[in-house]
Ligand binder design. Structure first.
Ligand code: F0G
Length: 457
């Protein structure tokens, strides 16, 4: 018998209470937070979809593995287990642990980049872009045109525009030290990159003698999309697809807080001996000795186990379907979102829903804040607030104005998701009463984390 219901492939052994608040309490909490959801105490949030990063539930096997953690400063047994798990998946020669993804980015970019260089990718995520710009370089987004149109259906909206990449390499190749691809493409809607596209990037990288690095935070979700959507891939395991994906690259940065199924951790993995040596020297300066890289031995154990669990097919089938389930409900109710559904999140199209709010009055912030006050659900703006400010201080509209509802891994059940759909649909019904914001205070970099806002009349 083939049952149609895809169930959570786990049962719950330990629970954490969530806090109910009144609409008045939420409106007050938002005011006190300068209208920035990042500034809210998490205890004032009912369903927290701010991020899928570090917010997942670990398995009993991971918690058990914590007790196996070897806290030796150098040569810890846990490091070798971690290294073996990363190598088994990626095949990369050097495995360098870091405390999270952006530390791996910082170490890679500080080792490799010189001011004035260009790093092409499909889309760089916020910390990646900021780390590239901090080296005086340009983070160049070259996603396919379909990837910039929220309502357009395409199986691999995260693909790199190979023509645009070739032009960058032909015209400015001497300024490109490496090419990147983000799998899945977070700022573009959690959309996958196909194996065919990665092979095309590889051909260009070989022709111009450039290394290819993956921003691999969500490699397992990407592999499952490849399995479902790419011709000829349906009978392969997600792990085999992930292994082929990594085999096309020369290295990767990874936040284990996503598809590592851990609450903290990351790594830089690469084949180049000279870059690895320089990276390890910088690691010792900023993160820690190369066999722990700013992590506890028990963190390395949790990640090693998480990397095995994340490619299990029942997990990925549930994971991808549970996001799509939320997307289907919103689409059926006429709420505009990036389609198809992403691998870790649903992205509401704030520009389409709130055409009466100008881009520089931050429709994504307005929508995210309204959803919080209405239903206690916390999402995050991905739009002009996050990406609009240029290194020269000017502000240009981002290609899309989105509110991302990121779903933590193995945390919320179907009824939580039904509640989220109800909340979003209710806010969409009241859209005409939603107003924009202006920035009151703003820091120099990564302003979305700490800026404060004032609601417009
Ligand atoms: N790359 C991508 C594609 C990411 O999504 C993130 C983090 C990072 C790199 C940095 O990793 O947080 O471990 O330092 N994204 C989180 C998010 C924060 O909410 O999407 P980190």
């Amino acid at each position: 018998m083939n049952f149609r219901t895809i169930i959570e492939p786990f049962r719950i052994k330990s629970v954490e209470a969530i806090a109910f608040t009144t609409r008045e309490e939420r409106a007050e909490a938002l005011r006190a937070a300068g209208s920035n959801l990042f500034r809210l105490p998490a205890a004032a949030v009912l369903i927290d979809l701010l991020t899928d990063s570090g917010t997942g539930a670990m398995s009993a096997a991971q918690w058990g593995a914590l007790m196996q953690g070897d806290e030796s400063y150098a040569g810890s047994r846990s490091f070798y287990r971690f290294e073996a798990a990363v190598r088994d998946l990626t095949g990369f020669k050097h495995v360098i642990p870091t405390h999270q993804g952006r530390a791996a980015e910082h170490i890679l970019f500080h080792t490799v980049l010189r001011p004035g260089q260009i790093v092409p990718s499909n889309n760089h995520f916020d910390t990646t872009r900021a780390n590239i710009e901090a080296e005086g370089c340009e983070a160049r987004d070259l996603v396919i045109p379909e990837g910039r149109v929220p309502a357009l259906i395409h199986p691999f909206k995260g693909n790199v525009d190979l023509g645009a990449l070739e032009r960058t390499l032909a015209e400015a190749g001497d300024r490109v030290p490496l090419v990147m691809a983000t799998i899945t493409n977070n700022s573009g809607g959690g959309q996958p990159v196909s194996l065919e596209n990665l092979r095309g990037i590889r051909v260009l990288c070989d022709r111009y003698h450039k290394p290819l690095f993956l921003d691999a935070c969500r490699f397992a979700e990407n592999a499952y999309f490849v399995k479902m959507r790419e011709p000829g891939q349906g009978s392969r395991t997600p792990k085999a697809i992930a292994q082929e994906t990594f085999s096309l690259a020369d290295g990767c940065t990874m936040s284990a807080k996503k598809d590592g199924l851990a609450n903290i951790g990351g790594f830089l993995a690469l084949n180049d001996d000279r870059w690895a040596e320089e990276a390890r020297n910088l690691l010792i300066l900023t993160e820690g000795f190369p066999t722990y890289g700013g992590l506890a031995g028990y963190d390395l154990e949790a990640i090693a186990r998480g990397l095995e669990e994340v490619v299990e097919e029942p997990y990925l089938r549930y994971r991808i379907r549970s996001i799509e389930y939320l997307g289907d409900k919103l689409t059926a109710a006429g709420v505009p979102t990036i389609r198809p559904a992403g691998g870790h999140a649903i992205y509401l199209d704030a520009k389409a829903l709130l055409p009466h709010i100008a881009t520089l009055e931050y429709p994504g912030v307005a929508l995210a804040n309204a959803l919080y006050v209405e239903a206690g659900i916390r999402g995050v703006e991905i739009g002009t607030l996050m990406f609009g400010r240029q290194p020269d201080g000017t502000e240009v509209p981002a290609p899309m104005e989105l509110v991302r509802l990121a779903i933590p891994r193995r945390v919320y059940t179907q009824s939580h998701i039904d509640y989220v759909a109800e909340g979003v649909i209710e806010v969409a019904r009241k859209k005409d009463s939603i107003r924009g914001y202006r920035i009151a205070t703003s820091p120099a970099v990564l302003r979305h984390f700490t800026a404060t806002f004032e609601p417009l009349p």
